[in-house]
Design a protein around this ligand. Structure first.
Ligand code: MRU
Length: 352
């Protein structure tokens, strides 16, 4: 018997929100470095502070990075450009480059920055008021679109789940990783309302604990029964028959269907294939890199060894890639806002 869960998404804050303050723009964001201890809505008018927040994972998750990147460039254009000297195009290229490279793996960041850059380049230099409104409205429409896209991913993905499913997820591909609602967790929210979710198993996600700190916080706030696992327990719970499906997000999907996501995703995909459990990747079309065929071409961010070795010992080498690549052959379906497809159908699905 299907048991629809009474979930309450109003318990979740909007992750990022651009606001207009007279003649300037301010970005509000949930500072995720502080979660779950503190729910702080940070406010900044400085594009450099947004870059800093992105680098320290105060703002994170591929779709949220796309909108934050666009918003950061809007902050520069409205709040800083009037004070700058030098060539406009050179300054724009430099700032857009710096924002776009704050994190290398999620293609959405460069996608969002490029969209705002194109928008700025289309403006008539003379009319500052109209330009402020135009860049503001552009970010607001990206914010609204992000939520619509996620709700659509949710509807398509939910069709893949049976009644009372027990779903395993990794990292945080939830509302916190987007403007609102989430991708992998968006599928879970939609399915929960349709009586298709019994429980979510959330990997801790070493080294920065996005599962333990963010996913578990988000799911329990909304009212989804959740069990926290250490990363190394996934194969065991699968072997015990406790998992019906794995759903994760993505930072970059190639045309071949290979997918970069948080380190440890590849391990999960191997374990899921061995146990014949479907492995789904939920992501917006903006996560697909239309210029890349194979996963081996995806740039993988290397992060500070201190994230892994919290008690430093001298003379110990640390390897800390933030992402891994799951080959297309291990992915059952990719879930997008336009529907679902197997990785081998991705090119046809995209019409390219
Ligand atoms: O390093 P993070 O926390 O930005 O990594 C995030 C992930 O790996 C997510 O799964 C991915 O960005 C998809 S978010 C909908």
């Amino acid at each position: 018997v299907a048991k629809a869960l009474n979930i309450d998404l109003k318990q979740l804050p909007r992750t990022i929100e651009l606001v207009r303050a007279g003649n300037s723009l301010v970005l509000q964001f949930v500072d995720q470095e502080l979660l779950p201890d503190q729910v702080l809505i940070a406010k900044t008018s400085s594009w450099k502070e947004v870059v800093d927040a992105i680098m320290r994972l105060g703002i994170r998750g591929a779709p949220a990075l796309g909108v934050a990147g666009a918003a950061a460039l809007a902050l520069w254009y409205v709040n800083e450009l009037p004070k700058e000297t030098g060539d406009f195009q050179e300054n724009l290229d430099r700032v857009a480059g710096e924002i776009g490279h704050a994190r290398p793996t999620a293609v959405n960041l460069q996608w969002g920055v490029q969209r705002m850059k194109d928008m700025i380049q289309s403006l008539d230099e003379a009319d500052a008021d109209a330009n402020l409104s135009a860049v503001y409205e552009f970010v607001k429409s990206m914010e609204a679109q992000d939520e619509q896209i996620n709700r659509s991913i949710g509807r398509h993905g939910s069709k893949l789940l049976g009644t009372n499913s027990r779903v395993l997820t990794h990292c945080n591909a939830g509302s916190l990783a987007t403007v609102f609602f989430g991708t992998a967790l968006g599928v879970i929210y939609t399915a929960a309302e349709e009586g298709k979710v019994e429980r979510v198993y959330a990997d801790e996600t070493r080294p920065l604990g996005q599962g333990a700190r963010l996913t578990v916080w988000e799911l329990s706030r909304v009212g989804i029964p959740t069990t926290l696992l250490c990363d190394d327990m996934a194969a065991t719970v699968m072997a015990k028959g406790m998992i019906d499906a794995v759903i994760v997000g993505a930072d970059r999907i190639t045309l071949h269907g290979d997918t970069a996501n948080k380190i440890g995703t590849y391990n999960l995909a191997i374990a899921a294939a061995y146990h014949e459990i479907p492995f789904y990747v939920a992501a917006p079309l903006s996560t697909i890199d239309m210029n890349l065929e194979e996963g081996s071409g995806i740039p993988i961010e290397q992060r500070n060894p201190r994230e892994v070795q919290t008690r430093p010992l001298t003379g110990v080498d640390v390897y800390n890639p933030a992402f891994d690549v799951t080959p297309a052959s291990l992915i059952t379906k990719i879930i997008t806002e336009k529907g679902t497809c197997s990785p081998s159908q991705l090119r046809d699905f995209l019409g390219c």
